[in-house]
Write a protein that binds this ligand. Structure first.
Ligand code: PLP
Length: 394
């Protein structure tokens, strides 16, 4: 049996005619840059995420860059974030001229630890290099612990930019007047940054991204910045970039967005199946640590996508040997991420970053392994994955 890490073909087969129609529509319109198709998709994503504005951009990376630039973050500033995420989170901070301040992750969620964030923010008070933003990542499709982060944001008047690249539709329970309200990723900070890279839960047929916000003035600055800071045309009060979302991508993504909840649901069902298969096989905790759905205790599983499982990531001993064993049995897997950001070569010349240690993140980098979780996997395929893992540890 063959179980790829991700197979986009089954999804394409179902939507192929509709996608081709959408693409042809753009081609025939000859309106190739921004325009009503992009605006419609921006409104759809704003509505879906529970925000007022969507600003379509060229990638998740450019969403982060535009979000940072639009807060005037640059030289001399610092941005608090996690060392355990995709490179773009740090890359964009560095590209603005600012410096990342890392705090370690929580063991259970792989996300930034708010208690450590609190310590770091307190230490930074009065610093000549102020912390200008908090940039939590909703890793693998589960929201970071936003309530304490929002409290810190308020206490120190530091805005939050959410890296929601892997988490469109994920939900977090915020407490209000003693009851729980579910908020979607990208709607809790000033900005939510999304990626439509093909392997994300909502993926285009190429690169794409979006920034969501409910702040009207900030949305306007984002729009200027994605178009070289021009307002009006050819008058540049700011230096932005060309961060525009391609119109063809917007047309395709509008088609796919209608199916997103159903796909999330199928991924969650697969995660539940994995969980019971691993339990039945006697592998749970020793040797396989399953992903923790941290907000599960609040969740009504039918209604709330508290975790959208962009990735299903286990922690295991002998990780690299297991990965090879899976590959030998035609099962795809991936390591997200083999190095933490402070361990990357490009920051080795920055001792303030490179000399630090983040034990929980470093342990995750050595033990985590993503298994196939895409919606169209069959029960037989999931059984085969768990059986193959059981064989390895026997
Ligand atoms: C994918 C991703 C990005 C970057 O998105 P691109 O569209 O590939 O530029 C940023 N942050 C995280 C956490 C991601 O997973």
């Amino acid at each position: 049996m063959n179980v790829p890490l991700l197979d986009l073909k089954p999804q394409l087969e179902v939507l192929r005619a509709e996608i081709l129609d959408a693409v042809t529509g753009v081609i025939d319109s000859t309106g190739y840059i921004l325009g009503p198709v992009v605006e419609r998709f921006e409104n759809e994503v704003a509505e879906y995420t529970g925000t007022k504005f969507g600003v379509g951009v060229s990638s998740g990376t450019d969403a982060l860059l535009a979000a940072l630039m639009s807060l005037d973050i640059g030289e001399g500033d610092r941005v608090l974030t996690t060392p355990y995420t995709f490179f773009a989170t740090m890359g964009t901070i560095l590209r603005t001229g600012a410096t990342p301040v890392f705090v370690d992750i929580e063991k259970d969620s792989f996300n930034v630890d708010p208690r450590l964030a609190a310590e770091t923010l307190e230490e930074a008070v009065g610093s000549s290099n102020p912390i200008k933003a908090i940039l939590p990542v909703h890793l693998y499709g589960q929201c970071a612990d936003m309530q304490p982060l929002l409290d810190l944001s308020k206490q120190y008047s530091i805005p939050i930019i959410e890296d929601a690249a892997q988490a469109i539709g994920a939900e977090y329970p915020l407490e209000k007047d003693g009851s729980i309200e579910w908020h979607r990723a990208g709607s809790m900070g000033i900005a939510g940054c999304f990626s439509f890279f093909p392997s994300k839960n909502l993926g285009g047929i190429g690169d794409g991204g979006m920034v969501t916000t409910s702040d009207k003035e900030y949305a306007a600055i984002l729009r200027y910045n994605r178009n070289h800071g021009a307002e009006p045309k050819y008058y540049h009060a700011r230096v932005g970039g060309n961060f525009r979302l391609d119109t063809i991508q917007a047309a395709v993504l509008s088609v796919k967005l209608k199916h997103l909840q159903k796909w999330h649901q199928a991924r969650r069902k697969n995660a539940a199946t994995y969980s019971s298969l691993f339990t039945d096989a006697g592998l749970v905790n020793e040797p396989v640590e399953l992903p923790h759905t941290v907000y599960g205790k609040y969740a009504d599983h039918e209604q709330h996508n508290h975790h959208i499982y962009n990735q299903f990531v286990i922690k295991v001993p002998k990780r690299d040997a297991l990965r090879e064993h899976l590959a030998n049995n035609s099962i795809g897997s991936e390591i997200y991420y083999p190095l933490c950001l402070h361990q990357q070569e490009c920051v080795s010349g920055m001792p303030g970053i490179a000399k630090q240690h983040f034990p929980i993140a470093e342990e995750a980098a050595m033990t985590s392994l993503a298994l196939p979780i895409y919606p169209e996997l069959s029960g037989e395929q999931l059984e085969y994955v768990v059986r193959t893992i059981k064989n390895f540890y026997q």
